[in-house]
Design a protein around this ligand. Structure first.
Ligand SMILES: [Zn+2]
Length: 312
């Protein structure tokens, strides 16, 4: 049994489709030694494993009691297996055991968006009924109903990115056409921008050019409209109290939330829309959630004193 005391720390790693983030997070939720490095997606699962292991080693201290890792796609947390990720190119990858062998620490493997949802739900003021939407290389969501994360029959709830918002629309990585992810993710924005004739630009620079570039404006308003279409469906069915946007695209701030709120309002004329807020953790909700999930495996369950934001 792992003993937790006031000095305990957990190494938390969030393996994303573009960047891998890591930090050492103590029992009060204070993060130290935050690191963010590109994920070697093209080099395959072994290279991603090696990166996670070397990041964990670089964060080691005598106070570390374990490692929390979160990944995208389909994850079997109980068996510690990353079942499938279109972005990271693995199938049935026993990531937990592979990391435990190398690090000689207990490792907990979780789902990145579930972890981000838990972060928003359990820290600070928390969420009793709401929707957390994580927009990064892909798009996924977590529904919190009556204080519980909705997992679904196969643990696959929340694939908001693959809700079809345009009939016969742009090709998505899942093989379908017209998915939200093919229009509004940080992975899709550069593709749509290039298709329009805007040239090469990443999502960050597209947002930066919104005041002056008509291609950027067109791509952005299409992304906003698609997001609002998907959110209107969720609001109609689940009636969330608020919508929290996390992930890389949340860095766009009011350039995202202001038009998105207006567009959602325009699609829900028969009712008031829930407020749309930015995550206090922005793109760090996953890494904080990775630590939280590990602490939960050793009996720590109250995170109400963890304050929003990544400190240290
Ligand atoms: Zn799709």
């Amino acid at each position: 049994m792992i003993e937790v005391d006031a000095t305990s720390e957990v190494i938390a790693i969030d393996v994303g489709g573009t960047f891998t983030k890591a930090a050492r997070i103590d029992v009060r939720g204070v993060a130290r030694s935050f690191a963010m490095v590109p994920t070697p997606v093209a080099e395959g699962p072994e290279a991603i494993l090696e990166l996670a292991v070397s990041l964990a080693r670089s964060l080691e201290t005598p106070n570390v009691i374990g490692v929390g890792v979160v990944v995208p796609g389909i994850v079997d947390s109980s068996k510690g297996v990353a079942r499938y990720s279109a972005n990271l190119g693995w199938r049935d990858w026993p990531l937990r055991d592979l990391m435990e062998e190398r690090l000689l620490h207990r490792v907990n493997l979780g789902h990145d968006v579930m972890a981000a949802g838990e972060t928003e739900m359990r820290t600070g003021a928390g969420i009793e009924n709401g929707l957390v939407v994580v927009i990064g290389t892909g798009i996924a969501s977590v529904t919190v109903l009556n204080g519980e994360v909705v997992k679904g029959a196969q643990g696959m709830a929340g694939e908001l990115g693959h809700v079809v918002v345009r009939n016969q629309g742009a090709l998505c990585r899942c093989g379908n056409r017209g998915c939200l992810e093919a229009y509004a993710s940080t992975g899709a924005l550069p593709l749509r921008f290039r298709d329009l004739g805007g040239g090469d630009a990443d999502a960050e620079s597209i947002v930066r050019e919104l005041s002056s570039d008509s291609f950027a404006q067109e791509v952005w308003s299409q992304a906003i409209d698609c997001l609002a279409t998907a959110l209107a469906m969720v609001v109609s069915i689940l009636d969330p109290g608020k919508i929290v946007i996390a992930g890389g695209l949340s860095l766009a701030g009011e350039a995202l939330t202001t038009p998105l709120s207006a567009s959602l309002n325009s699609k829900l004329l028969w009712r008031a829309s829930p407020p749309i807020e930015l995550s206090h953790y922005q793109q760090h909700a996953g890494v904080v959630g990775a630590a939280m999930q590990f602490y939960r495996t050793v009996g720590l369950n109250d995170f109400s004193t963890w304050s929003p934001g990544l400190k240290g």
